[in-house]
Design a binder for this molecule. Structure first.
Ligand SMILES: [Zn+2]
Length: 269
């Protein structure tokens, strides 16, 4: 089987792949943070890297060449710090890390970089990051997120599509992450109520879901332990590997399409 993970290759192997032509490099971005009582801290890393590897394999089958960069595994989890083991970078540091990692990839002549984000807490910063990168370097990096690219599947899940709940736990099951389903629980099913109960500013028009359901205003994150003791926001007990597989089946071919589109339209490096 072809190796797609850059960190598992020798520099000679990377050199050969680059010489043969690489259509895109995918940069998986996870985090190290609590994922309820039922999943390990590396869940977002495992999901992002697993999706990236699946995209690389499918791309190869479709005649494209995709490499997978090392996963960024400590990112923006400041609002999870009340839970043991969670780790954080500050937002400005994260923006710098992103820029320097992507610059390293571009340094080697890679034309197309796709950030594949597995962590909801990174959405706002990564949206800034890819635009800031363009502002600074003139290069276009795309941002792919499973809850967006497979939004038609993820959007069918009831309740708050937030954290360690049905959709994310299903995806974790489908990619082979360690999941203790006996420990899976439901909490903060109505995130708005939970926020209000915690005594924080709240609005019935607050947008609290990764897949927005109707009109609303953007609100910041909540310090999660204020609204959930277990760390789960939603219902993890409903998770199934079948739902996770449907998310994968929607996501992978679409990101391969993005790779092909970028490859066909990108100017020469
Ligand atoms: Zn997660």
């Amino acid at each position: 089987m072809t190796e797609h993970l850059m960190e598992r290759m020798t520099w000679k192997e990377v050199e050969a792949r680059l010489a043969a032509g690489v259509d895109a490099v995918i940069l998986p971005i996870g985090t190290t943070e609590q994922h309820g009582p039922h999943m390990p801290l590396d869940t977002d890393c495992v999901i992002a890297r697993s999706l990236a590897e699946r995209v690389a394999a499918q791309a190869e089958a479709d005649g494209l060449s995709v490499l997978v960069a090392p996963t960024l595994n400590v990112t923006l989890s400041w609002y999870h710090m009340q839970f043991p083991g969670s780790m954080r970078l500050s937002t400005p540091t994260f923006l710098e890390v992103f820029k320097e990692v992507v610059e390293s990839l571009h340094h080697h002549g890679i034309r197309n970089v796709i950030a594949l984000n597995g962590h909801g807490g990174n959405v706002a910063a990564l949206t800034v990051a890819v635009n800031y990168y363009l502002e600074q370097t003139g290069r276009r990096v795309f941002l792919a997120q499973w809850w967006e690219l497979a939004g038609d599947v993820v959007g069918t899940v009831e309740g708050p599509g937030i954290h360690a709940e049905e959709a994310e736990t299903s995806l974790a099951l489908a990619v082979g992450q360690r999941v203790l389903m006996d420990e899976a629980t439901i909490e903060a099913w109505d995130r708005g109520d939970a926020v209000k109960e915690a005594g924080h500013t709240w609005s019935s028009l607050g947008k609290y879901s990764l897949v927005p359901k109707g009109p609303g205003v953007t609100v910041p994150m909540d310090m999660l332990r204020d609204i959930t003791e277990s760390g789960v926001v939603g219902d993890a007990r409903r998770a199934t590997p079948e739902l996770g597989q449907r998310i994968i089946d929607a996501f992978v071919p679409r990101l391969v399409t993005v790779v092909r589109d970028m490859s066909e339209t990108a100017p020469e490096a």
